[in-house]
Design a protein around this ligand. Structure first.
Ligand code: UTP
Length: 476
């Protein structure tokens, strides 16, 4: 018997090898290498703390929380200082010009809610051309490259479940015009799913049910994959982080980058005021002098609904998963010991198809398994000088999460159209819309034509023959 099998038996996970002897040699090798990569000590500790004795909230839960400070945006708040924002923009522009910034997308998720067959980044989102999320980001990065005269490197985190398909998608689209050597793919870590007793679930007779270890796995994956070393060799010390599902994001926002650098921040974040008390977004808070994000499900109702003297939500800073990281901070946090797991794991109760000990396949209709995930915002309490700046939701955030309803392809398409209309109106173009700013037809503005209102106006004014903005018109 191999040592690894014995180790699994000793740890109460011997069932993983129930069908081992009937597997082909190749299947046996696959199972052995999967099993070897799993830290059973870590799993049993997670099972003990998260499943068997979960933390229960006390009555005073949250009494030690206060709202986190943030830098208000001019136009949104009287106390905002426009000169500070201008200075930040200049600092960020200088950083882009000197080539010290990388773009970083986490794209290792399973996208189960959207239910699209393929990497989520290959999903078509734009109103007319249905360009993919990856293409939208690529064009934004290309636009930045042209403006600042530097090819910004783009790091993309995948997982074993979508790595090959993601790379193939970029190859099939010739990297959307980017220099292929400046696009770096790397895989995140995987964690086994377990049942309510903490037993590892099997996806096949010779395959453990593994899933990506959460977007927080990005930190250790950046270190383990050698990406951090690559950045260092390339003179990159500032990493602009965004998620694959949000085409509105400003991938390389000079002002945000500038605030991050001016404050010598380890980790900076964008916030939007929550739309209503029960909105399902994490909230920026402060505890013991440290900033942190409290998930909506963990924020006691009495705090989520609390108002200040002006009748505004007290805990109003919603997190939209847009950050800038300092490279050395990631090296420190992601490289902590062999496991590098400075970030805590969270539990997700999900439907996990599995094979039982008799070899029978089950397709559960209700959650039967637990997955372990790290969240990137859990890095915040470890950060020195964290900066949180306000942004306009309409200009930074409209994720595609669900197939229908909120945060779906339809809401995202509409938000893109509303943004195009705002830019067009700022440039003096008249467009009829409904009360929400939505035009009755679809048109499209490529980031290569204009990725800000000012650059849109410039390109528009330079057009010798200006098209009417009507159904199907695309400005590239
Ligand atoms: P979500 O939390 O929305 O998860 O990810 P998801 O996997 O995309 O979708 P569901 O929950 O299965 O429907 C937010 C971002 O974090 C990335 C996703 O790719 C997305 O960009 N992510 C998530 C990872 O890179 N790895 C993970 O393990 C989880």
């Amino acid at each position: 018997m191999t040592d690894i099998r014995k180790h699994y038996i000793d740890c109460g996970q011997g069932h993983v090898f129930t069908h081992f002897d009937s597997l082909s040699e190749a299947e046996q090798q696959t199972l052995l290498s999967q099993a070897t990569a799993i830290d059973l000590g870590e799993i049993s500790e997670l099972v003990a703390t998260l499943i068997h004795s979960p933390r229960t909230g006390s009555e005073n839960e949250g009494d030690d929380l206060s709202p986190a400070d943030y830098i208000p945006m001019p136009g949104h708040c009287e106390s905002a200082d426009p000169s500070l924002w201008k200075e930040a923009t200049k600092r960020g522009e200088a950083a882009l010009r000197t080539g010290r910034v990388a773009a970083f997308t986490v794209a290792g998720g399973q996208g189960t809610r959207l239910g699209f067959d393929g990497p989520k980044g290959s999903y078509g989102v734009t109103p007319v051309l249905k360009n993919s999320l990856f293409q939208v980001f690529a064009e934004k990065i290309l636009a930045t490259n042209r403006i600042f005269g530097r090819p910004v490197p783009w790091f993309i985190m995948t997982s074993d479940l979508n790595h090959e398909d993601t790379v193939a998608f970029f190859e099939a689209h010739h990297y959307f015009g980017l220099i292929p050597e400046r696009v770096h793919f790397f895989r995140q870590g995987l964690m086994p799913a377990v049942d309510a007793e903490g037993k590892i679930l099997m996806a096949e007779r010779g395959e453990i049910a593994l899933s990506p270890d959460g977007h927080g796995g990005a930190l250790r994956a950046l270190v383990r994959s050698g990406s951090i070393r690559l950045m260092e060799a390339d003179g990159i010390d500032t990493i602009s982080y965004f998620q694959v599902d949000n085409p509105l994001v400003r991938c390389l926002d000079p002002t945000f980058i500038g605030f991050h650098l001016m404050n010598q921040s380890d980790l900076s974040s964008k916030m939007v005021p929550k739309a209503y008390a029960g909105e399902k977004v994490g909230v920026f808070c402060q505890r013991d002098g440290k900033a942190l994000v409290v998930e909506y499900s963990d924020l006691p109702e009495r705090l989520a609904g609390a108002c200040d003297a002006n009748g505004e939500l007290r805990f109003k800073s919603g997190s939209i998963a847009i950050h800038v990281f300092n490279r050395d901070f990631i090296a420190r946090l992601g490289g902590n010991g062999e496991g590098g797991a400075a970030l805590p794991f969270h539990l997700a109760h999900k439907k996990v198809p599995y094979i039982d000990r008799e070899g029978v396949r089950h397709e559960p209709t209700a959650p039967n398994g637990y997955k372990f995930e790290m969240f990137v915002f859990d890095a915040l309490p470890f950060a020195d000088h964290p900066v949180i700046i306000e942004t306009a939701r309409a200009d930074d955030f409209s994720p595609v999460k669900n197939a229908e309803g909120v945060d779906s392809p339809q809401t995202c398409r509409d938000d893109q159209l509303r943004q195009y209309v705002r830019w067009a109106r700022e440039a003096g173009i008249e467009i009829e819309t409904d009360h929400s700013g939505l035009p009755p037809f679809a048109f499209e503005i490529s980031p290569l034509f204009g990725d800000t209102p000012a650059r849109f106006r410039k390109s528009w004014e330079a057009l010798p023959h200006k098209p009417g903005l009507t159904e199907g018109v695309v400005l590239v």
